[in-house]
Design a protein around this ligand. Structure first.
Ligand code: ZN
Length: 133
């Protein structure tokens, strides 16, 4: 069941500069740092009232985040929803004509499994489902 907002992914060009900005705004003193090579992303995240804010920079020019930044610039990239039934959810959504970017869950940050839904099927919002392994 999809049960909560897990995190908000924010595309940034310069991770260090963004960490400085978020420290100023929210008083964050410690970020979780992680690179997910499969996704081509370098992440700095922190928790705010149980919702993680994930500042996400591209690791290379082939990263989907690099494409996003080139097209749209910095800003909100995706909203991720926590589920404990990710495979069932993907099947159900596909059966209801929701276009999936990932038909099979992929390894994501925080040792989670993730799958993206296509924004063309979700009113322009890039949605991610994420689940503990
Ligand atoms: Zn995410």
């Amino acid at each position: 069941m999809i049960s909560a907002v897990d995190h908000i992914g924010i595309a940034v060009k310069d991770l260090e500069a963004s960490m400085g900005l978020y420290s100023t705004i929210f008083g964050v003193t410690e970020f979780h740092r992680e690179q997910v090579v499969d996704q081509g992303v370098d992440i700095a995240s922190f928790s705010l009232g149980g919702v993680r804010i994930e500042l996400t920079a591209p690791l290379n020019d082939d990263s989907p985040i690099a494409g996003f930044l080139a097209k749209r610039g910095e800003g909100i990239h995706h909203v991720a929803f926590r589920t404990d039934t990710i495979n069932d959810d993907l099947q159900r959504l596909a059966a209801n004509d929701v276009k999936l970017i990932n038909t099979v869950p992929q390894p994501g940050a925080h040792d989670m499994l993730i799958a993206f839904l296509h924004p063309k099927s979700t009113g322009g919002v890039l949605m991610e489902l994420c689940s503990e392994k």
